[in-house]
Design a protein around this ligand. Structure first.
Ligand SMILES: NC(=O)c1ccc[n+]([C@@H]2O[C@H](COP(=O)([O-])OP(=O)(O)OC[C@H]3O[C@@H](n4cnc5c(N)ncnc54)[C@H](OP(=O)(O)O)[C@@H]3O)[C@@H](O)[C@H]2O)c1
Length: 239
């Protein structure tokens, strides 16, 4: 089995790499990083540097990896330090800023579309393919009860729509493949760090734990489930 993990250097990405290499010691694991490659990872992982928001960079990656069974994109964004200090999800529409909104779309939505475009052929060669992206439950329109987080929610809802649309197109051309959006659960990474204080006890997962949960979900996927939005525990989420 050949597995490509986009943004394998992030918290969830590293957790997934560890889970896959533990459960499938013979799997060929390819992972990407943008800024820095993690120091401690299994020697079996082949690392490629790629900016997943850049079409040329993703095309270059696809030239190096010409066949793949599972492609899981773990890239994403929620907050950053800017010249004006901490910039994070909006509590109110008063805090909305176009640049921050577009940055969310760029990092949470665009990479999965570029990966789908450039890896279509590589995935077509698989007899048991999976194309998935780590989305977020807050991207569910139906499940939105709290409001706020305009940019992040909208970018994940757009990601979900992209995946759903792709699943319809690939039902015809990639009959052996399943397209899915995944919610990893709140995981202890840099991305969730400023927002962890209200997480109920036992609901903040270590990255490796999330990796195992996501792998449980991935293992159960079959082509007839294509176009699903699934939580870390296998629960089907509303779009
Ligand atoms: N942690 C949670 O509780 C939680 C909950 C729900 C959903 N999620 C989703 O899970 C995914 C992974 O998040 P995480 O918690 O693992 O966060 P993280 O540790 O901050 O990882 C984010 C990853 O995205 C990569 N990335 C950002 N911009 C990129 C670009 N232009 N090209 C390539 N890679 C890029 C980062 O790479 P560099 O460091 O090299 O820039 C990093 O590997 C995200 O989509 C997030 O929305 C997380």
């Amino acid at each position: 089995m050949k597995v490509l993990i986009g943004a394998g250097n992030g918290g969830v990405g590293q957790g997934l790499i560890k889970a896959v290499s533990k459960r499938y010691p013979d799997a060929e694991i390819i992972a990407t990083f943008r800024s820095s490659r993690p120091e401690k990872t299994s020697a079996a992982v082949q690392w490629y540097q790629a900016d997943l928001t850049n079409s040329d960079s993703v095309a270059q990656l696809a030239k190096s990896v010409t066949q793949v069974d599972w492609l899981i994109n773990c890239a994403g964004f929620l907050h950053q330090q800017s010249d004006n200090g901490f910039q994070g999800p909006e509590k109110s529409i008063r805090q909305f800023e176009p640049d921050f909104f577009l940055h969310n779309i760029q990092l949470n939505t665009l990479p999965t579309l570029l990966l789908a475009q450039h890896f279509s052929l590589a995935l077509k060669k698989s007899t048991h393919g999976i194309f998935a992206a780590v989305s977020a439950k807050v991207g569910s329109i139906e499940d939105n009860q709290l409001g706020g987080w305009y940019s992040y929610r909208a970018s994940k809802a757009a990601l979900n729509m992209a995946l759903k649309t792709l699943s319809i197109e690939w039902q015809r051309s990639h009959k052996h493949l399943c397209v899915a959006a995944l919610h990893p659960g709140t995981t202890d990474t840099g991305l969730s760090d400023p927002f962890q204080k209200n997480v109920p006890e036992g609901k903040l997962f270590a990255p490796e734990q999330t990796g195992h949960y996501l792998l449980n979900v991935l293992e159960q996927l079959t082509p007839d489930q294509t176009g699903s939005f699934l939580s870390w525990n296998g629960e089907k989420l509303p779009w």
